[in-house]
Write a protein that binds this ligand. Structure first.
Ligand code: ZN
Length: 550
């Protein structure tokens, strides 16, 4: 099936030019009927109305809040808030503010997050390497021929000039290389969406080649990457760190990128991440393909044994390469590997390894949502939501639960003190390369907290993250290509333009005013699998449950 065969969900409003007043800043996708609905207004205002677009009827009127001064390290401006949560009837609307103008359009309805979830998930398919892909979105057909069919060479990995086939997988980001560490983070987030919201992500009609095979497409897409990961495992269980060109110089369609690409030596980071990925995938796939599930688990066990025989960190020698390094300390990755392997097998020795490691990390969740360099949050999430909870150490469970709720409450408070309700905060330290991905991945802690101790503020704040990413921000623009109001048109993506759809760009830094829609600015406007996986998770949480599989 081609990408063109979209499910019959009405498309969200897409505004390709500024047809609205950018001083009225709101989530341009929309809101669930019962959700909190707010906009930030960067102009003096008193009264506002909500106008239904189908008949121009005024369905709500209200008063703006008192002025709020944003931090200098944020956007350094005075804003006001308007709240139209009382509008609940499905439809398409705009906010109108006397003396200012009209907002971008937005929808209210039970399915407003389904299409963003679907487009972000299909975007992973469009990233596939080693196969032709094709899809249509918003009237444009995107095509790519099979690429990188010569992956990869062993010259730098101790194998001489021999081939170790590593075709397949996803391109990592704006570049076409393939990195095990970032793949693991991405799959970890996508499978958390599956584990926590299985009925929200059960669609078998996302428009990928496997659609209609009676397996949720999200799991099919994970499998595509996992099949590549198998090729990165050596016979003894070591896992090669990456397969890559020697530099980033090439810019153009991937099938024309015919320079040699090489494996690097193995690393304990890649090996640990491989174990976690394979063990978690084995669980997810068990009900759909027992042979594949068993293959994943066998691969996880083999690399776990190799890892235990190498207790000290070993990094890959990448001195010949000038591409992404994805180097980090391996302790949290080993922790995640143990968590996933124990959850899948119930093995007591592996549980002991995890619990010992958890104490090394003081049983503490991250404040802002960690990335590929620190997998403790994913490890702790798996432990806290275990399907065999009675095997766990009660003290560790209590400490982790307390830490999680503390962090979630901090995120809620930080969001409430922000002019755009950005849950990551306003300090300089919260603006960095890829911070939009962190805004999306923070929702993991919020939904996890909501699962363990339900509180409407957690869900509301998770939605604030989406509000921010889809237009309630200083730029009054969606940060996701092809979706929402005036989305990025020039992402840092070697496939070129028009911008391929469904990708979250990294976001501005060092403050909230700094984003530029400039393809040369990879530090502001690149796309990446880990950020998209976070977006998939964040949107999955609010997607309307899908009908049961046929
Ligand atoms: Zn490729």
């Amino acid at each position: 099936m081609l990408f063109a065969e979209l499910p019959p969900t009405p498309p969200p409003a897409i505004v390709q030019s500024v047809g609205y007043d950018t001083r009225i800043r709101l989530n341009s996708i929309g809101f669930l009927p019962e959700a909190q609905k707010q906009a930030t207004v960067a102009a003096p205002c008193k009264e506002f109305t909500v106008v239904r677009m189908s008949d121009q009827a005024v369905v709500f009127s209200g008063q703006a809040s008192t002025p709020f001064k944003t931090a200098v390290s944020d956007t350094d401006e005075t804003v006001q808030f308007v709240d139209f949560s009382a509008v609940k009837a499905p439809g398409r609307y705009k906010v109108q503010i006397a003396g200012v103008g009209l907002s971008a359009p937005f929808d209210i309805g039970p399915c407003v997050w389904n299409l963003p979830f679907e487009v972000a998930s299909r975007a992973m398919y469009l990233w596939r390497c080693g196969t032709a892909v094709e899809g249509t979105w918003n009237g444009i057909t995107y095509r790519q021929k099979a690429c990188h069919l010569e992956d990869g060479w062993m010259d730098y990995a101790g194998g001489g000039h021999t081939k170790h086939p590593t075709t397949g997988g996803w391109h990592d980001a704006g570049d076409y290389n393939k990195y095990v560490v970032n793949a693991a983070m991405s799959i970890g987030l996508m499978l958390k969406a599956w584990e926590q919201f299985p009925d929200h992500v059960a669609s078998d009609s996302l428009g990928i080649p496997e659609s209609g095979n009676h397996v949720p497409d999200l799991l099919d897409e994970v499998r595509w990457e996992v099949e590549w990961l198998f090729t990165m495992q050596g016979d003894d269980g070591r896992v090669y760190h990456k397969v890559s060109s020697l530099n980033f110089r090439y810019w153009g369609p991937p099938d024309k990128d015919d320079g040699p690409r090489y494996l690097t030596p193995w690393s304990t980071t890649a090996t640990a991440d491989f174990v976690g990925t394979m063990a978690e995938t084995a669980r997810a796939w068990k009900a759909f393909d027992t042979n594949f599930s068993a293959k994943c688990l066998d691969a996880a066990k083999k690399s776990w044994s190799f890892l235990q025989a190498h207790p000290e960190q070993v990094d890959a020698d990448m001195t010949a390469f000038h591409t992404g390094a994805y180097n980090t300390k391996d302790r949290s990755l080993r922790l995640w590997a143990a968590a996933e392997l124990w959850e899948t097998t119930g093995d007591a020795a592996t549980l002991h390894d995890f619990e010992k490691g958890a104490q090394e990390f003081s049983c503490t969740f991250s404040k802002g949502g960690r990335g590929w360099g620190d997998m403790t949050d994913l490890a702790f999430a798996t432990y806290l939501t275990s399907s065999h909870p009675n095997e766990r150490n009660a003290d560790i469970v209590a400490q982790l639960t307390k830490s999680l709720l503390t962090r979630a409450n901090e995120i809620v408070a930080v969001s409430q003190n922000n002019g755009y309700r950005r849950p990551l905060g306003v300090e300089r330290s919260t603006w960095y390369w890829g911070c939009n991905g962190t805004v999306a991945s923070q929702t993991l802690l919020l939904h996890l907290a909501d699962k363990l101790q339900p509180d409407p503020a957690y869900r509301a704040t998770a939605q604030c993250a989406l509000d921010y990413l889809f237009g309630r921000n200083f730029h009054s623009r969606s940060y996701v290509t092809g979706l929402g109001a005036l989305p990025p048109l020039h992402p840092h993506d070697r496939r070129g333009e028009p911008a391929w759809p469904g990708y979250l760009v990294g976001g501005g830094w060092p403050d909230g005013r700094s984003w530029k829609d400039d393809r040369a600015r990879y530090d502001l406007n690149e796309i990446a699998i880990n950020w998209n996986a976070a977006l998939i998770y964040a949107t999955a949480a609010f997607a309307e449950p899908q009908p049961a599989k046929q």
